[in-house]
Ligand binder design. Structure first.
Ligand SMILES: [Zn+2]
Length: 90
């Protein structure tokens, strides 16, 4: 798997699955007490996932704001990562 476009296609599949899981999570938590906390967490994750999809569509998915490429290992571990290791550590 040396092809980035193939890798990104795979990541998009993973992200879409997570989007569905988040939407379900939001729907399953009507928003009282602890459920509200869970619902909020799903909403935050959903926002990050949608942001990742936008970056995929713009062809910037693996690009950090500093101009460096985010490593595949990092993107596999965290599909919504939008910074390289260095920027993340800052
Ligand atoms: Zn960076």
């Amino acid at each position: 798997m040396n092809d980035w476009s193939e890798f990104i296609k795979q990541q998009k599949g993973v992200i879409n699955q997570k989007v569905e899981a988040c939407k379900k999570g939001i729907a399953d938590n009507p928003g009282t007490g602890d459920e509200q906390v869970a619902r909020q967490r799903f909403k935050v994750e959903l926002g990050a996932l949608e942001d990742a999809i936008i970056r995929i569509e713009q062809g910037k998915y693996s690009l950090c704001g500093c101009g460096k490429t985010i490593s595949r290992g990092r993107l596999i571990a965290m599909p919504t990562a939008n910074t390289c290791m260095e920027c993340n550590g800052r």
